[in-house]
Design a protein around this ligand. Structure first.
Ligand SMILES: [Zn+2]
Length: 369
């Protein structure tokens, strides 16, 4: 069954195009960079197709056009990767919501939507594993259960033609290590590529302490993941750029593989290090990063040698464009980047109109009143 589906997937012309593209490792070779748009849960919630707190990604089956459109917009904005929207697409979430019957169909649909858009634009497609509420450090039965959940998602991702697999948002090192193990052990099943296994990108989530919830210093957790075969290690979610970057620099000091940095675009600070703070979730917009904040983050990340850069919850295409431009990607969306000099009211053209335009400008800004 698995192999038949695989053959059907991989005889398409689209995939021939995809397989001739440089893969993740080739793109990162010799200091190369990859920009990745994440944050699908939040952006789809903002668009009205996701329930906060519930977080079941049922939009993939109910309104696939919404997911596909967001993939398109992130591609347009300069993301090098189209990430399949299987965040919280694991068996425990679906069991909890009484929707286990939809689990496989949802994973397969999410992967096919991402593959389709990735092929259209010459992008990489990533499968995705995310944190579960099951992990207990001292209880190996939970480890086995999580491994089995990740394994089935890895097999679906391989069959769906993923170029690599992301395991993300892990608070516990132990759970991240299980995700990596599942990708390493099953990321090559049924797959035609010559290398052993799909590359694994594993990102921990640093909350308030500088340690994982199973009490390992976060840079050391990343080093262990690198040692266990992760192609890229780093951080995603929870912290905004200013709070994430110092820890990224510590990770960079002890890891040799490319480093990932995907903060949330919110203005967290040393007093409130994560976005799970007083304004979470319904008032978070009041501390959202501007595009200038994100440009500054991208410049700092590039200077620090971060090769795999993105944004997590709160991301939007205009912020991804900032990353892409700083990282030298020249995305189609740059055609529409800000040009106040073209404004009929504030720009050069304003000189050619009558005094009413000058007056309107004054009224709008209050300057010189
Ligand atoms: Zn996030």
């Amino acid at each position: 069954m698995l192999r038949e589906t695989w053959i059907n997937t991989f005889t398409s012309d689209e995939h021939k195009f995809a397989s001739s593209m440089p893969g993740l490792l080739e793109r990162l070779k010799d200091g190369g960079t990859v920009v990745i748009a994440e944050g699908y849960v939040w952006e789809i919630e903002r668009r009205g197709f996701m329930q906060f707190g519930n977080f079941l990604p049922e939009v993939v089956l109910k309104n696939p056009e919404v997911v596909k459109q967001l993939h398109e917009e992130f591609a347009h904005a300069g993301s090098d990767v189209i990430e399949a929207f299987t965040y919280y697409g694991h068996r425990e979430m679906f069991r909890l919501r009484g929707r286990e019957a939809d689990l496989e169909a949802l994973n397969r649909k999410a992967l096919s939507l991402a593959r389709e858009v990735a092929d259209k634009h010459g992008k990489l497609m990533a499968g995705n594993l995310s944190n579960t509420p099951l992990y207990e450090a001292g209880d190996t039965a939970t480890h086995d259960k999580i491994y089995d959940m990740f394994k089935e998602q890895v097999l679906w991702a391989v069959e769906g033609g993923a170029d690599f697999i992301i395991g993300e948002t892990f608070s516990a090192y132990g759970e991240a290590a299980i995700a990596l193990k599942a990708i390493r052990e099953h990321g090559n099943d049924f797959h035609p590529r010559p290398y052993l296994g799909l590359p694994a990108v594993i990102t921990m989530t640093a909350h308030v302490p500088e340690r994982t919830t199973d009490d390992i210093p976060i840079p050391e957790a990343c080093r262990r993941l690198e040692e266990a075969g992760a192609a890229v290690v780093g951080l995603n979610c929870s912290r905004g750029p200013d709070v994430m970057m110092p820890l990224i620099k510590e990770i960079k000091k002890i890891c040799k593989v490319p480093i990932a940095a995907l903060p949330v675009p919110y203005r967290t600070n040393m007093e409130q290090k994560t976005f799970f703070n007083r304004v979470y979730p319904d008032n978070l917009d009041c501390v959202r990063c501007s595009r200038i904040d994100i440009r500054r983050f991208a410049e700092e990340a590039l200077a620090a040698g971060v090769q795999y850069v993105g944004l997590c919850c709160g991301n939007s295409p205009n912020l991804t464009r900032e990353l892409a431009e700083v990282y030298g990607k020249d995305p189609p969306a740059s055609h529409y980047r800000t040009r106040t000099d073209l404004s009929m009211i504030f720009g050069e053209a304003a000189q050619n109109y009558g005094s009413e335009v000058a007056r309107t400008s004054q009224w709008m800004t209050g300057d010189g009143l």
